[in-house]
Ligand binder design. Structure first.
Ligand code: SF4
Ligand code: SF4
Length: 140
């Protein structure tokens, strides 16, 4: 049975929709479930989605980059495939690696303005762990 916690996601993170996490030269990888979810959301065939939106390298499927950001990102809307986005996009920035390594926490905190900057690492980890105990695949 999952533990209940009185903590809320908003205690440690509130997305400002700045879009920084959708920028860069590469994106997260899509697992099989991500691929199916994205295909369903876009209402296209697998081949159409792959040709238009994916960068496939061997078995690794990522999203294409356009103008140094994910192909689905626009300044006006943010993520235009929101319900069909990869689960790792939904997980960001609350990556469990922050629990094990303070440097990971500091790096991620510096790159994401949505993280509550008033919390020390120990307190942040305490709350994040409680939330993860309740929901293993925590989606922000
Ligand atoms: S997750 Fe962080 S970096 Fe990404 S849009 Fe939200 S506040 Fe910005
Ligand atoms: S799928 Fe959406 S959330 Fe993920 S990188 Fe692209 S625009 Fe950002």
């Amino acid at each position: 049975m999952k533990k209940k916690t009185s903590y809320q996601l908003a205690d440690i993170f509130t997305c400002t929709r700045c879009g920084y996490c959708c920028q860069g030269e590469t994106t997260v990888s899509l697992d099989t479930e991500d691929q199916e979810r994205m295909i369903a959301k876009l209402g296209l065939t697998r081949q159409e989605v792959a040709e238009k939106y994916w960068r496939v390298t061997g078995k690794v499927v990522q999203m294409k980059i356009v103008d140094k950001h994910c192909i689905f990102y626009t300044e006006e809307t943010g993520c235009t495939v929101h319900e069909g986005r990869p689960w790792r996009c939904g997980q960001w920035p609350l990556h469990p690696s922050m629990l094990a390594d303070k440097n990971n926490f500091l790096t991620i905190r510096d790159s994401c303005p949505g993280i509550n900057k008033e919390l020390r690492w120990e307190k942040f980890c305490h709350i994040l762990q409680q939330l993860l105990d309740q929901e293993e695949k925590l989606i922000c």
